[in-house]
Design a protein around this ligand. Sequence first.
Ligand SMILES: Nc1ncnc2c1ncn2[C@@H]1O[C@H](COP(=O)(O)OP(=O)(O)OP(=O)(O)O)[C@@H](O)[C@H]1O
Ligand SMILES: [Mg+2]
Length: 201
Amino acid sequence: MSLIQLYAETLRLGRAELPEKREAFLDIILGETQRLHGLVENVLRLARRKAPLRQDMRDLAATLQAALDEFSLPGARTLRVEIAEELPAVPHDPAAIHSLLGNLLSNALKFSGEDDAVEVRLQARKGEVVLQVRDAGPGIAAEELARICEPFYRAPQAARTRGSGLGLSIVRQIARAHHARLHIDSQPGVGTTVEVVFRAD
Ligand SMILES: Nc1ncnc2c1ncn2[C@@H]1O[C@H](COP(=O)(O)OP(=O)(O)OP(=O)(O)O)[C@@H](O)[C@H]1O
Ligand SMILES: [Mg+2]
């Protein structure tokens, strides 16, 4: 919040004369606004964790694509996306799936390098539908894996990045509300794959 204020005030006072500088400041304001939006969304979801979710949407591929379209803003890192055709129907709440994907992508992008690929995949497996988000970041130490889905928990290795430790707890909450299983498979130095396995109808 204070960064948004600082850079907006600098622009307001006309202290950023070069267009490149103005653009850089606007990028910071946009990035911070997005981060704050995600944080508010997570806090609200945590507070409303007992509230029932919708189950009336069934085309998970369409919901995922719509969410991805929204995340791919100009200047954003490109993702490798693979969505299988004709997947079985999965009853779901589109806003919750949007939030789940946003949190997984935020982690994959934040913890990996600018040039590392981030992959999103939706496919059928043994009659279930699997959402996979994979990164080639630093991975998560085995002894941390048990705790990273607790609200507000951040592994010591995450100290260099910003966050509140809420994202994965929200992902777990949303997966549970959909009767989906959550698997986090991570190898330090290789990367992390998070899978959400949805029951098909
Ligand atoms: N893709 C990943 N690669 C490496 N570490 C990860 C990854 N995803 C999660 N973690 C670890 O799990 C912790 C919890 O993740 P979570 O998304 O809940 O919190 P955060 O990203 O730190 O903060 P927030 O999501 O609230 O912005 C992280 O702080 C980090 O230590
Ligand atoms: Mg996160």
